[in-house]
Design a protein around this ligand. Structure first.
Ligand code: AMP
Ligand code: GLY
Length: 427
């Protein structure tokens, strides 16, 4: 079977790497892909939101399954597009439909869903431009810091945490009045700040059954010690030492199961991945957010730990027989260090020539923002996050030190990475 994978980041390179190990796959196409995925299949110059272009690619290349990496096409309804098209409707697409993807696409929808189904989350209220005054009043009833969230997708930038009431009031007003995040901030969620440690939990579901995948922790801030602005993610580790069996049982009972049951009660058909962004407050899990896809850079340490044939798992999602599968997890740690461009997440230069020596000793390189120079054939940088370095180890420390050793095998002008991934997890 030929497979088409949509996306172009480290997450997609990791998925492509895993798919390539399956005897069930004949040829892999990636749209648009990066210099790393080009080594595992054929990159197609088609954007993830170009549905007619995707249709043409599926038909031209006799694709038998489509896997969606990022959230955008899902929130934009690619699943619905396939189902509505007589040529595409029988081709399985892994990822939820538009309605189900609202769990990520609208914070207000997700919060209402959680409240309706008794899923633990921060207390909140949602406001539009016509009720700015009520919003300000609600802010005054909370204690600092204040959490403001644009309702819609804002490329990971729609959450603002304000230390003072004055700042919160002015940000809140600007988000609504000036639509600081475009249409995404037509509505703003104000919520209570939760204090704890975050982790990411993933499941794969066929709508009836679900399988819990290895959990991970990601590091979002650019600076060591979790300082400075947020990025797409500077590293990740899996497993998460503080998420022991008792805690994970609470996650399953209090979060995962009520989510699956809630979707069924609400008659929302959900197939694909659910990413639970959780925070552990004392010993209890709270949901910070849902995403309708895998996380990046969590995927780069989660996928290498899954020992199942990924194509087989996706087939059982399509056949609604995921209940027959058992997830087998590599007991080792996997740790990912993201190499980024100097200046990121602010302005940075692209087009830096990348030198890469083969990784060694249980290490993998997953490309993120890379591309092939069409003239010289050289691999060059094309994004803020450039290459993810993932290693296995019997301990987290061992996995991390392998990743740091191997990070030296990649060179480009302005290479930066955090040297303290996992710093808050002990050893
Ligand atoms: P989100 O885009 O919803 O993941 O939010 C981005 C980040 O903001 C999260 O990863 C948290 O670090 C932080 N955050 C969001 N909501 C809360 C909250 N209610 N309490 C504390 N931190 C939060
Ligand atoms: N690493 C967080 C995300 O993918 O949204």
């Amino acid at each position: 079977m030929n497979i088409l994978l949509l996306g172009s980041g480290g997450r997609e390179h990791a998925i492509a790497w895993k798919l390539s190990q399956s005897p069930l796959m004949s040829h892999l196409f990636i749209a648009p892909g990066n210099a790393g995925t080009a080594r595992l299949g054929t990159n197609l110059p088609v954007g993830v939101n170009d549905f007619p272009g995707i249709k043409a690619a599926v038909l031209t290349h006799q694709v038998g399954m489509v896997i969606v990496g990022p959230e955008d096409p899902l929130v934009n309804g690619i699943h619905d597009f396939f189902l509505a098209d007589s040529d595409l409707k029988n081709i399985p697409l892994i990822g939820p439909n538009r309605e189900a993807a609202r769990l990520e696409g609208s914070k207000d929808f997700a919060k209402q869903f959680m409240v309706r189904h008794g899923i633990p989350t921060a207390r909140y209220r949602t406001f539009g431009e016509s009720d700015i005054e009520a919003g300000v009043e609600f802010l005054r009833s909370l204690r600092p810091p204040y959490v403001l969230k644009a309702d819609g997708l804002a490329a990971g930038k729609g959450v603002i945490i304000c230390p003072t009431l004055a700042e919160a009031e002015s940000e809140f007003t600007a988000m609504l009045r000036e639509q600081r995040f475009g249409a995404a901030s037509m509505k703003v969620v104000i919520e209570e700040f939760l204090s704890g440690i975050e982790l990411s939990v993933f499941i794969l579901t066929d709508g009836r059954n679900y399988k819990i995948l290895p959990e991970a922790k990601d590091y979002k801030k650019i600076g060591e010690g979790d300082t400075g602005p947020n990025t797409g993610g500077m590293g990740s580790v899996s497993p998460v030492p503080f998420a022991g069996p008792a805690f994970m049982q609470k996650v399953e009972e209090q979060v995962i199961r009520p989510t699956i049951e809630g979707l069924r009660t609400d008659e929302i058909e959900y197939t694909g991945f659910i990413f639970f962004g959780l925070i552990k407050v004392k010993d209890d899990p709270y949901v910070i957010e849902y995403n309708c896809r895998l996380g990046d850079p969590e995927t780069e340490s989660v996928i290498p730990r899954i020992q199942n044939d990924l194509v087989r798992l996706f087939q059982s999602v399509a056949e609604q027989s995921l209940g027959n599968e058992t997830i087998t997890v590599d007991p080792r740690f996997a740790a990912t260090v993201m190499l980024v461009s100097e200046g990121y997440p602010g302005d940075y230069q692209k087009g830096k020539v990348i030198g890469e020596n083969a990784p060694s000793g249980g290490c993998l390189f997953f490309h993120a923002g890379t591309t092939l120079n069409p003239v010289t054939g050289e691999t060059i940088s094309s994004g803020g996050r450039v290459i993810a370095v993932t290693s296995y180890g019997d301990t987290m420390k061992e996995a991390l030190s392998r990743s740091y050793e191997n990070a030296e095998k990649i060179s480009y002008d302005g290479k930066y990475f955090r040297k303290d991934i996992g710093f808050d997890l002990g050893s």
